[in-house]
Design a protein around this ligand. Structure first.
Ligand SMILES: [Zn+2]
Length: 74
């Protein structure tokens, strides 16, 4: 499968394919949870997505870590 570059992922499917890791942090609980991208709808945009802490119900902060995007190593 070929993709055009520069390329920026916009859906959960894109992130999963590229090996990204999504971690959600909750400040009040000092909790961090690694999310399984495969469990999100593949065609849904991850932009503006809200994550709720299961412990306190507040909004968590989602942080993406790059995965195997070797194309960006220059
Ligand atoms: Zn919390």
């Amino acid at each position: 499968m070929t993709k055009q570059y520069p390329y920026s992922p916009s859906t959960f499917g894109d992130l999963a394919d590229d090996g990204y890791q999504l971690t959600v942090y909750c400040g009040p609980c000092q909790r961090q949870v690694a999310m399984d991208l495969a469990k999100f709808p593949r065609d849904q945009s991850y932009l503006n997505r809200r994550y709720t802490c299961a412990q306190c119900g507040r909004a968590g902060q989602g942080v993406l870590s790059p995965g195997n995007c070797v194309e960006y190593r220059r």
